[in-house]
Design a protein around this ligand. Structure first.
Ligand code: G3H
Ligand code: ZN
Length: 284
């Protein structure tokens, strides 16, 4: 069933596990993630970046595709379609109007007051339509599509408290040292700050840049209020590795289903592994 993130994340924070957000790129990607969630009986969030939405043909096409897949694949676990790193109020509204059940308004790039205003406006529009809202503070390092950062800035705990109180958002992504894409060495996450933000805000926290974070850090984050973990690069790497192997092992293959079909299996395996690691297996 297509739902917002609110209930699944509140339950996850309470039950000390995290729901995975896995970004989609096309039909096969979506099938693979839904298959993994159904097989593990886990709630799941399909993340759609603005870049991926352009690539796939727009928000409306995506909600039609996801709705049709949930029906034809007989998916019974809770599924949210979530705009990842929404860049403006307009983009969030567009996604909501197209049937997204959740949006992220990423106002972390400008001044704090602007972030509060943008987030508040999106929350009002979203909540009137049963849609959940994620907001961000601080700077996540690395690059994901249009979201590019040259450094990492930790979220300020008092600002987190204020953003939550003034906007009524559903979940908060405080940047605390995580990076989009692969880590150069071990990630160095600010767990003390995470604990403080968890206690001050009381809302489910979101960890961006889930690729390459060691299991001990994942568990530590979950114990400090992290209820949603975003993974994108790891599926991309698994898919591409498999497709490369197929092409390298068979110079004559040209049937697209034989070339990219195995990539789908690689994503199913990767996502199932993450769901188990995050503790959301059986929590549907
Ligand atoms: O918003 C999406 C995530 O933060 C993905 O990060 O590509 O490092 O897994 P990742
Ligand atoms: Zn992100």
């Amino acid at each position: 069933a297509l739902v917002s993130m609110t209930e699944m994340l509140n339950k996850a924070r309470e039950g000390k596990y995290a729901v995975g957000q896995f970004n989609i790129n096309n039909l096969e990607w979506t099938q693979a993630i839904l298959t993994a969630a159904q097989k593990t009986n886990a709630p799941v969030i399909l993340g759609v970046s603005e870049g991926a939405a352009r690539y796939m043909g727009g928000f409306k096409l995506i909600t039609a595709m996801v709705g049709a897949l949930i029906e034809s694949m007989e998916i019974t676990v809770p599924v949210a379609i979530h705009l990842d790193h929404g860049s403006s109020i307009e983009k969030c509204k567009e996604a909501i109007d197209a049937g997204f059940t959740s949006v992220m308004i990423d106002g972390s790039h400008g001044p704090f007051e602007g972030n509060v205003e943008m987030t508040k406006t999106v929350v009002e529009y979203a909540h009137a339509r049963g849609v959940s809202v994620e907001a961000e503070l601080g700077v996540v390092g690395g690059q994901e599509d249009d979201v590019i950062a040259d450094g990492v800035i930790y979220a300020d705990a008092q600002e987190c408290k204020e953003l939550v109180e003034r906007t009524g958002l559903d979940c908060l992504a405080p940047a605390l040292g995580s990076v989009h894409g692969e880590y150069a060495g071990e990630p160095n996450l600010g767990f003390a700050e995470m604990q403080e933000i968890n206690e001050l805000t009381g809302v489910p926290l979101v960890l961006h840049g889930g690729t390459g974070i060691p299991t001990a850090d994942i568990q530590n984050a979950i114990s400090r209020g992290t209820a949603k973990i975003n993974v994108n690069t790891e599926n991309q790497i698994a898919w591409t590795k498999m497709v490369r192997e197929v092409l390298a092992s068979d110079a004559k293959v040209y049937d697209p289903r034989k070339v990219i079909g195995p990539g789908k299996e690689a994503i199913v395996e990767t996502v199932m592994g993450k769901i188990r690691e995050f503790g959301s297996e059986g929590k549907a």
